[in-house]
Design a protein around this ligand. Sequence first.
Ligand SMILES: [Zn+2]
Length: 303
Amino acid sequence: MYNYYQKKYKSEFTKNTIFSLVILIFFIVITLATIHTLKGLVVILTLIILIFTLVFYYMVYEPLSKWKKVLQTPFPDAWRKILEKNVTFYNTLDEDEKDYFEKRIQYFLETKKITGVNTDIDDKIKILIAASAIMPVFAFPDFVYDNINEILVYPNSFDEEYNTGDREKILGMVGNGSMNRMMILSKPDILNAFSGRRTVHNVALHEFVHLIDKKDGSIDGIPEILIDKAFVLPWLRELKIAESKIKKRKSDIDPYALTNNSEFLAVASEYFFMSPKKFQKNHPELYKYFTKIYKRKLKTVVK
Ligand SMILES: [Zn+2]
């Protein structure tokens, strides 16, 4: 998989460079065909080359150079130790997959800003957030979170006005309006998900599942970016069956999943990724659907 990114980087760079050159030649031909004086030609050509250089730099060179940087930078040992110590998902991967997971984490951290608000953040928090982002899209090498720029880490849970305190209810959210393209996460709740206790909760993963769901334009519990159209109706049927079990208190899925379909997807995904064995045992049908949606059968390791 590591080779996949090396090939991807090279082929995308070549493809985009050729595309940009074709556009440049097209503009030169158009310009030559429409101007008459040599003086005007020099001025216009200079302008075109200038604009082309700027567009090429920001549209092609800069994003791809981030990939290049990631591919050339070894994954820090300290980061690997954080993964080994905290992230069960990582420990279940084989060596190639681990390399690939590490590159995805590096790329995520290279392209997204993580900021502590009234709280200190360290490499551990950053790695745990990045791991939570990559786990659900691990089987989708081309998936990028292009609907978010920054993750704000709050010292605690918060309310609708962003006041924090351990009695406030919100643990994480994807921002709207002035907070668009941002995510807010409560620091203790990020840490709790990886505290070593068996848990079915991971607030960061929950919010990233909303972003995956949002990629097709609507947060509706149907991540069309991951699943086939033909698979949508059976998925919704299964979702309804699972919801009715929660209503009858015959399910151990957090009742918050009943809020709407998108919350069901996010809540059940947390459970699937954090306690796959228990999820498979208690929800065998749903487990089958999740292995299809996320293209992944999850192994569990006993520490
Ligand atoms: Zn939610």
